[in-house]
Design a protein around this ligand. Structure first.
Ligand SMILES: C[S@@+](CC[C@H](N)C(=O)[O-])C[C@H]1O[C@@H](n2cnc3c(N)ncnc32)[C@H](O)[C@@H]1O
Length: 266
């Protein structure tokens, strides 16, 4: 059954799940994700049950708008085969699913079993016919189980900041996206303007961490501030994409400069 977590554990991408005109992805067992990533994996497993509620609370629902912009920038269209990397509980995956429709195919990939479990339950609860086009994959964004040039578009929401090797993640996206197709990468904007970054840090300390602590997750969300500070600016993200081999890269600040979206074309 599509979306069945049991079938995810070993990355069983049965060729029968694919229309015959599509090459089946490389069959590869899910390798244990490297130790350095283990703590992050555990963190995302831990926050999975409350992740969606917190997103709504902490962004006052705005993340839904930013995610729609990410989908639009990805260029995904009816009938496309697309990938949502670091899909978490599946917000972008579901939007992609609606965009590509029943004639398309969507893969939502994440290394957190718990996040994928939430995503799969949401799929069953919402039960929209087009959601049949979704396949959940437990896997590593740094070692994608897909052939070269396999996707018509790729999205990644709040994932690039969290992977342990951004260059490798970018190279993997380049490898699996079609020539002329786009990746659309949403995340916090690491602004260099002192006012913006002070405001962002103040929001994290005085709004995000206190709300997260009411869920017993203060420490997990305190990680957010350091992860944004360790992240790349818009210009650095554009350079990362171009250095990886994308032919074009453009960064857009959104959400009053709190968020940003990198759009790169292979
Ligand atoms: C902040 S969540 C974002 C979830 C979702 N994309 C969203 O926008 O709501 C980041 C996700 O990245 C996943 N992640 C981090 N590193 C990963 C990796 N190397 N491979 C696969 N997933 C990864 C985590 O498990 C987590 O679900």
């Amino acid at each position: 059954m599509k979306g069945d977590l049991l079938s995810m554990a070993s990355l069983q991408l049965s060729p029968t799940n694919f229309p015959s005109c599509w090459p089946a992805p490389v069959r590869r067992r899910c390798q244990p994700v490297r130790c350095a990533a283990g703590e992050r994996q555990a963190l995302f497993d831990r926050i999975a049950p409350v992740y969606d509620n917190l997103n709504d609370l902490l962004s006052l629902g705005q993340h839904r708008i930013w995610k729609r912009m990410t989908i639009s920038w990805s260029g995904a269209k009816l009938g496309d085969r697309v990938l949502d990397l670091c899909c978490g509980s599946g917000d972008l995956t579901f939007l992609l699913s609606e965009k590509v429709g029943s004639s398309g195919k969507v893969f939502g990939l994440d290394f957190s079993k718990e996040q994928l479990s939430v995503a799969s339950s949401r799929q069953s609860l919402r039960a929209r016919p087009c959601f049949e086009n979704i396949e959940w994959i437990e896997g590593d964004a740094l070692d994608l189980p897909f052939p070269d040039s396999y996707f018509d578009a790729i999205t990644m929401g709040y994932g690039l900041r969290n992977v342990v090797d951004r260059e490798k993640s970018m190279r993997e996206m380049l490898r699996v996206v079609n020539s002329g197709s786009r990746i659309s990468v949403l995340d916090f904007n690491k602004s260099l303007q002192p006012l913006s970054s002070s405001f962002r840090d103040w929001m994290i300390d005085n709004a995000i961490v206190p709300v997260a602590s009411s869920y017993g997750l203060a420490e997990d969300y305190a990680y957010l501030k350091s992860s944004i500070n360790d992240f790349l600016t818009g210009a650095e993200l554009e350079k990362l994409a171009l250095d990886a081999g994308f032919s074009n890269a453009q960064y857009y600040e959104i959400g009053a400069g709190l968020m940003g979206n990198l759009v790169a074309t292979r």
